[in-house]
Design a protein around this ligand. Structure first.
Ligand code: CTP
Length: 392
């Protein structure tokens, strides 16, 4: 899946640059968020306007004189994957040597993202010991190469050195994004629901949604298809499809509609347990006196999911204050496959923090206490555990 993935396509100067236009087109068709950079020699083969039209945004060609203050670091940090296609002998050589004297070479040095190289050159150049030495070095440095293929080359020559076809490169890009959860469809609920009292006020809770978003981000990074039912307004992680909701009722509708289509449901939302029976159409006025608010229970979304005939693997959350005894009861009462319990009054574990100290509880009564970790680390460990359980 390349949908919403931030891919930087770097085009260097070879005749195969024209095929990189098709590659850009395929990636855009699949929903990738594409940026293109071109070296000076690439522009001898294809005009930058061609790529700009396909990508739907301007192409970056220079380190200096652009709108960006520091294009190499900005693009290097932005990209989740960089594809150099075609990658000439010169571009391989610069990267192997760590040279940074133009936009492409500087960007490749400034990134922590994986780099996929699709070499294209004449056979003699590919087979030259210097190029082969560079290739060995690049592989050793952790870069991935695809090709070159055997076939017709520029000037009517035949041999090894042809850039692999754009479709093959797309497959390699998809494989690069495929992680241990690829093929899994997962549903995550996040945020605290808001139950309206009147058009201005609501019954709610302090949940920020950060834990649920970290779980969504981690699942997407591991290659899962991620559906996020959320009442939070945090920035959406790459590759995640969101279903915005506000109330427990709306969250229940979405979760129950989607739950039987997924492999795993992680219900991290802090759902309001009670809502006002009646909602006032206009703002309650102080002068009208103290209103009487009558509350009724909201649907138990989690229980609804575990009761499905074709239920997914279900991970529940329990936010407790004080002892985790209540959480232990929820494992069996709610019929979850795993429960993530935390004491929200613990330092570093409260709502809105970036860290969490959780206890994992299983239906067989076993528990694991995890140390204080960043929410993303908790999320990563949780997916590792779910993977381990589902594969055993
Ligand atoms: N949950 C839910 N629907 C609700 C309330 C909670 O699906 N109406 C889910 C939460 O998303 C969480 C789990 O149930 O995964 C436990 O939530 P929690 O608030 O700790 O438990 P409650 O069942 O509400 O019990 P209590 O508030 O009495 O502790």
């Amino acid at each position: 899946m390349v949908k919403d993935r931030r891919i930087l396509l770097a085009v260097t100067g070879g005749i195969a640059a024209y095929k990189a236009v098709y590659l850009a087109r395929r990636l855009v068709e699949r929903g990738a968020d594409l940026e293109v950079i071109m070296t000076e020699s690439a522009r001898q083969f294809v005009g930058e306007q061609t790529f700009a039209a396909v990508a739907g945004k301007p192409v970056t060609t220079d380190l200096f004189g652009t709108d960006r203050v520091s294009p190499h670091t900005e693009l290097g940090r932005w990209a989740e994957l960089i594809v150099v296609a075609p990658a000439t002998a010169a571009s391989l050589s610069k990267l192997a040597a760590g040279l940074s004297d133009d936009l492409l070479s500087a960007t490749l040095l400034a990134t922590a993202a994986p780099v996929l190289l699709a070499p294209a050159m004449h056979t003699e150049m590919w087979e030259h010991p210097a190029t082969q030495r560079n290739v060995t070095q690049l592989i050793q440095d952790g870069h991935r190469l695809i090709g070159p293929a055997v076939g017709s080359l520029a000037g009517g020559d035949e041999g090894t050195g042809r850039m692999v076809e754009p479709e093959e490169i797309v497959k390699a890009i998809e494989a690069a994004f495929a992680g241990p959860l690829s093929g899994w469809r997962v549903l995550i609920s996040a945020g605290g629901t808001r139950e309206p009292i009147d058009p201005v006020r609501y019954v709610g809770n302090r949940s920020s949604g950060k834990m649920g978003y970290a779980i969504a981000e981690s699942a997407a990074a591991r290659g899962a298809e991620v559906l996020l039912v959320t009442s939070s307004h945090l920035p959406l992680p790459a590759g995640v499809e969101s279903f915005p909701v506000e109330t427990a009722e709306e969250m229940a509708d979405q979760v129950w509609r989607l739950a039987h289509t997924v492999d795993v449901a992680v219900l991290a939302a802090a759902v309001a347990d009670f809502r006002p029976v009646a909602q006032f159409d206009s703002k309650l006025r102080r002068a009208d006196g103290i209103p009487e608010l009558i509350l009724e229970p909201t649907p138990d979304i989690l229980a609804g999911v575990t009761q499905l005939d074709d239920r997914p693997f279900v991970v529940g959350f329990a936010a407790e204050t004080g002892s985790l005894e209540g959480a232990r009861r929820k494992v069996t009462d709610k019929g979850v496959d795993l429960l993530v319990a935390n004491n929200v009054s613990d330092e570093g574990s409260g709502f809105g923090t970036d860290t969490n100290r959780v206890t994992i509880m299983r239906p067989d009564g076993s528990t694991d206490e995890w140390p204080l970790l960043g929410k993303r680390q908790v999320a990563d460990r949780l997916w590792d555990l779910v993977l381990q359980i589902r594969q055993s």
